[in-house]
Design a protein around this ligand. Structure first.
Ligand code: ASP
Length: 324
């Protein structure tokens, strides 16, 4: 009897100290796109805010771009479930299942869901030399250049892919898509004039639009935005693209089987980070809206992602897009 009590007490102590100790080494957040792009920017700001409640341990970003975000997601799905490898991903988490016949992970089964981070609108932008000053002129230019237009994106499954796909459908025009490992390198080619147009998160485009470095044509949300640099842009819906409404979101994930104690600590750090005044200010300046409600919760976020899979799957399948 005494032995059992001692063994139990030792086990409890061990669990308690493991809990109190997490994290006891740096935590890595995998970003499934290139450094310097919109997902990366959110992740780096979030890592900085989360670090404050992670036992003083660094939170490191690892960029694993390629295949529209699925390579990075696959890496995390297969990583050790010890709380030291996390994934920050966007709407691609929900669009990839419809796009890839052989997705190398099961979106709803291979991850622990930590919570939702933010919502981010998108913008339609063009190379600086594009001879169209506003959306009406862009439409004329697109119709006059059918078959010659290049549309940049971050690969099948990226937010820019989804938005570009819906834009082509709404315009009834097929464009040549140019895939990158993220929209940071795509933005470089827009700035350099190598590609014509791109649909990308405001977290990547706001600075370039404010500086007048790219042509800005529209926002993809159903309502105009209040961010100063974006407030003058019309919605695509108001320009005749009926029902056009794309806003993306980010969520935080861990490999399936990550211990509950670690997941609870990560969720607590996420909740604290999403209340961090500096983080909120940086996100708002880039048009993003930080989640502050019950959606910073694993079970809630999983339900949301499932609903998004069901929402976008038929839209993507109707457009006939998929990859092996
Ligand atoms: N904005 C990219 C996308 O189209 C991803 C990125 O580079 O962060 O999904």
């Amino acid at each position: 009897m005494q032995k059992t009590v001692i063994a139990l007490a030792t086990a409890l102590l061990a669990t308690g100290s493991a809990l109190a100790a997490y994290p006891e080494k740096p935590v890595t957040i995998v970003v499934p796109f290139s450094a310097g792009g919109p997902t990366d920017k959110v992740a780096r700001d979030l890592a900085e805010a989360m670090r404050k409640s992670m036992n003083g341990q660094p939170v490191i970003i690892e960029n694993v771009g390629g295949a529209g975000g699925t390579l990075g997601a696959a890496k995390v799905a297969k990583a050790a479930p010890d709380g030291y490898t996390l994934l920050l991903h966007h709407i691609g988490m929900a669009t990839s299942p419809a796009l890839y016949r052989n997705l190398p992970y099961k979106t709803l089964d291979d991850f622990e869901y930590v919570g939702m981070v933010n919502e981010v609108p998108m913008t339609l932008i063009g190379r600086p030399s594009l001879p169209a000053a506003n959306f009406a002129e862009l439409r004329t230019w697109i119709n006059a250049n059918k078959g010659k237009i290049n549309l940049a994106n971050a690969g099948l499954g990226a937010a820019s892919h989804l938005c570009g796909l819906l834009f082509q459908q709404a315009m009834g025009v097929d464009m040549t898509t140019v895939p990158y490992k993220g929209t940071a390198p795509a933005m470089n080619d827009i700035l350099g004039g190598q590609v014509d147009i791109m649909c990308d998160q405001t977290t990547n485009t706001t600075g370039q639009i404010a500086a007048g470095a790219v042509k800005a044509y529209a926002v993809t949300t159903s309502k105009p935005l209040s961010t100063p640099a974006l407030a003058k842009l019309p919605t695509l819906e108001s320009q005749g693209l009926k029902g056009f409404n794309v806003s993306i979101w980010h969520g935080l994930y861990a490999p399936k089987g990550t211990p509950k104690a670690a997941l609870d600590a990560i969720n607590a750090a996420l909740k604290t980070a999403l209340k961090d005044a500096e983080f909120i200010k940086r996100e708002e300046a880039l048009g993003a809206v930080v989640v502050t409600d019950g959606r910073i919760n694993g079970a809630e976020h999983k339900k949301f992602v499932e609903a998004e899979i069901n929402k976008w799957g038929p839209v993507i399948k109707a457009a006939g897009q998929y990859a092996d």
